[in-house]
Design a protein around this ligand. Structure first.
Ligand code: HEM
Length: 289
């Protein structure tokens, strides 16, 4: 029942640690955004995977169908062409890796290299064709509430705790007015993966920003940080709140739960028989000199 990818090449030997190291080496760029491609690569891995529908088994990271219009042009994917283009030289250097493995591996690399936890990753995704593109509307809308978040993430097979853990990825990166219409970072160090997003949700006072753009929140202290409506739902929703509080107090708990939930996300929709054993992908700092 899972997404069937026809005519895909059989997996070849790939040195995934070498691919990882090449991506790690490419992350820093002082001319791009906050100085790192890491955040937008995490968003690419997430949007490639978050189209999964557990009822039909289609969507998910298998296929890398965001390479094609119409999926590339879905509103939610605005700006991700930068992430895809950034990985193109890596794909040229390691042509044997599929795009779907490359995009998810890049997400893992970015989380790990920006200070996050180890993420278990398996190889074996196959690239699909334009017919495998998912319909628009499978990814969450930022100006909706807890019901919408649940509808979207339950469809992927996640529970409330996993939803909260995954949302902690907003420690990284920022919103761009020319991509989503929203504006600003969630925390002061948007290229460092930490539990800061949860701490700020509780420790800052948040007010609606008065501006011409879509509804978003700003912190009272210096108005330089932002939260989306969907972020605020983690505090206002009774079932989400205790988990968000736990992560604000306990970074180890967040790291451990995020690692499991993110790993689950990037394997959604990939037939188990297709997948390799977990591939150890070491952080640069943990590799022998
Ligand atoms: C960025 C919405 C969940 C990772 C964004 C942006 C929006 C958004 C509007 C700004 C895009 C831009 O203008 O560049 C949402 C909503 C979510 C959600 C509504 C769920 C309710 C997630 C999840 C992850 C994630 C589950 C990963 C596990 C990211 C990252 C960025 C981002 C890393 C920063 C990208 C960059 O700096 O270029 N998200 N997101 N988000 N999102 Fe989410």
């Amino acid at each position: 029942d899972q997404r069937t990818i026809k005519d895909a090449a059989s997996p070849k030997e790939v040195d995934y640690q070498a691919v990882y190291n090449a991506i790690a080496d490419s992350l820093e760029d002082e001319k791009y955004d906050d100085g790192s491609y890491g955040p937008v690569l995490v968003r690419l891995a997430w949007h490639a995977s978050g189209t999964y529908d557990k009822n039909t088994g289609n969507g998910g990271s298998n296929g890398a169908t965001m390479r094609f219009a119409p999926e590339a042009n879905h509103g939610a994917n605005a700006g991700l062409e930068k992430a895809r283009a950034h990985l193109e030289p890596i794909k040229k250097k390691f042509p044997e890796i599929t795009y779907s493995d490359l995009w998810t591996l890049a997400g893992v690399c970015a989380v790990q290299e920006l200070g996050g936890p180890y993420i278990p990753w398996r190889a074996g995704r196959k690239d699909g064709n334009v017919e495998n593109c998912t319909p628009d509307g499978r990814l969450p809308d930022a100006d909706k509430g807890a019901d919408h978040i649940r509808n979207i993430f339950y469809r992927m097979g996640f529970n409330d705790e996993e939803i909260v853990a995954l949302s902690g990825a907003h420690a990284l990166g920022r919103c761009h007015t020319d991509r989503s219409g929203f504006d600003g970072p969630w925390q002061y160090a948007p290229t460092t993966f930490s539990n800061e997003y949860f701490r700020l949700l509780f420790d800052e006072k948040w007010q609606e920003r008065k501006w011409k753009g879509p509804p978003q929140f700003e912190n009272k202290t210096d108005k330089s940080l932002m939260m989306l409506r969907t972020d605020m739902a983690l505090v206002t929703d009774k079932a989400f709140k205790p988990t968000a509080q736990k992560y604000a107090k306990d970074e180890n708990a967040f790291f451990s739960d995020f690692s499991k939930a993110f790993s689950k996300l990037i394997h959604l929709g990939v037939p188990t028989a297709q997948l390799s054993e977990p591939v150890p992908l070491k952080k640069i700092e943990d590799q022998a000199p």
